[in-house]
Design a protein around this ligand. Structure first.
Ligand code: AMP
Ligand code: MG
Length: 407
């Protein structure tokens, strides 16, 4: 019997076949979920000028030093600076300028006194202001030009995913167009003559096709585009026809039909074009992967729904992210402690659907049914995969485990 490939060996083969898709330029509003192909550099200093962090008064520190409730400092308010004003009013000793948050600090000022530290507050603030509490030091309540980032500094690195925080950073740094990778186009193909569409009452021998729905959602979550969804009967001819139909996909993901049964259409149709292997993982032992002559990546995942979910995380999602040039292609891991015991198949790394408590730092099987790879409905109770090393056959309460967090 040929030895099983380790997960790492198989993954390395998959990732070696992946190179990043071409870059394209998109506007901010089209960039959500994309991956940067080039770093984003600030177009200007941010903030662009020294400005006030409070509503109050721009002052000369020397005029208010030592002021307190018993000995307030009185200043004449000679100008008013709303946010958006570009004015730089001059003012002399004993004078102040009313200023709102975000307005530019006048050159003559070296501190801001917030309304809260004055007698009158906002009321009557355009006449004379009584300062009841001196600013701690020069620069008080002043946000400095370039304090967030400087013109030309890298704000976002190539390979970063553009989520809301990253997109807003680009916007703040004055960058409206971003160079990103094209989204991978993915065809999702379920195989199985037993499959019926969700919502159809399955007759004897039939089962709902849940893998198509599972994969379509996972692929969208991985920021790729599902261009074809098909459910095929177990006929090799249907596989060939589908591959023609999905000619402009970057990736084709089959489920089912890759193992050792009599009716394995993916294996029958593609055994001379991609490789079929046994991997030391549970679930997900039979795996097919290869690159077609035209460059399309083809995954043949086993049919059981939990096997599909695991295979996607371990193999397909990293490949989809690598196609996008993503720097981080793996889910986050947490080190948690088992709060229940369970047994695992020896010689294969287990990915067990798990429930976690991140406050307690614990992990346990998501279902009492154990690791059954057919438990499609129970999968909804999982929020992570507990990863049990191949050489471990029993997980005991208190054992530390790496756990793959699925957001
Ligand atoms: P296979 O790998 O084709 O032998 O399928 C293994 C098991 O997974 C069988 O019980 C199938 O009925 C089931 N299965 C295969 N494809 C799907 C699918 N698209 N949705 C739900 N279950 C499936
Ligand atoms: Mg099948």
């Amino acid at each position: 019997m040929t030895p099983l490939l380790t997960v790492e060996e198989h993954r390395a083969r998959v990732l070696a076949a992946v190179s990043a898709l071409p870059a394209e330029t998109v506007v901010l509003s089209d960039a959500s979920g994309r991956t940067l192909a080039e770093p984003v550099r600030a177009a200007h200093d941010l903030p662009g000028f020294d400005n006030s962090s409070m509503d109050g008064f721009a002052v000369r520190l020397a005029d208010v030093e030592g002021a307190d409730a018993g000995t307030p400092a009185s200043l004449r308010v000679v100008a008013d600076l709303p946010a958006g004003s570009s004015a730089d009013p001059s003012f002399g000793p004993g004078e102040a300028v009313r200023i709102m948050t975000g307005a530019p600090i006048p050159a003559a000022a070296d501190a801001v006194v917030p309304f809260e530290d004055t007698a009158g507050g906002l009321e009557d603030s355009l006449g004379v202001v009584e300062v009841l509490h001196a600013p701690a030091a020069a620069g008080a309540f002043i946000r400095r030009r370039g304090g967030d980032t400087r013109a030309g500094d890298v704000v976002l690195a190539a390979g970063e995913r553009l989520g809301a925080w990253a997109l807003s950073a680009a916007a703040a740094a004055g960058v409206a167009e971003l160079v990103v990778r094209r989204r991978p186009r993915v065809a999702v193909v379920s195989t199985g003559s037993e499959l019926v569409a969700p919502g159809t009452v399955p007759g004897r021998g039939q089962t709902p096709d849940s893998n198509s729905t599972l994969l379509a959602a996972l692929i969208a979550d991985a920021d790729a585009e599902v261009t074809v969804i098909a459910s095929l009967r177990d006929e090799a001819g249907a596989i060939h026809a589908l591959l023609e139909q999905a000619h402009d996909a970057d990736v084709v993901v089959f489920t089912g039909g890759v193992s050792a049964g009599a009716y394995e259409p993916v294996r029958q149709a593609l055994s001379d074009r991609i490789s079929f292997d046994k991997i030391a993982m549970q679930p997900g032992k039979p795996q097919a992967f290869g690159v077609l002559d035209d460059g399309r990546l083809v995954f043949g995942l086993p049919g059981n729904p939990v096997s599909v979910a695991v295979s996607f995380e371990v193999l397909v999602r990293p490949a989809l992210l690598a196609l996008q040039g993503r720097t981080v292609i793996d889910r986050r891991l947490a080190r948690l402690t088992a709060s229940e015991s369970w047994t695992t198949p020896p010689g294969r790394r287990q990915y067990l659907p798990a429930a976690i408590d991140l406050v307690e730092g614990t992990v346990r099987p998501a279902t009492a049914g154990g690791s059954g790879s057919h438990l499609a409905a129970s999968l909804a109770r999982a929020e992570a995969f507990a990863i049990v090393p191949a050489e471990v056959s029993t997980v005991s309460v208190g054992d530390p485990l790496d756990v793959m967090l699925i957001p």
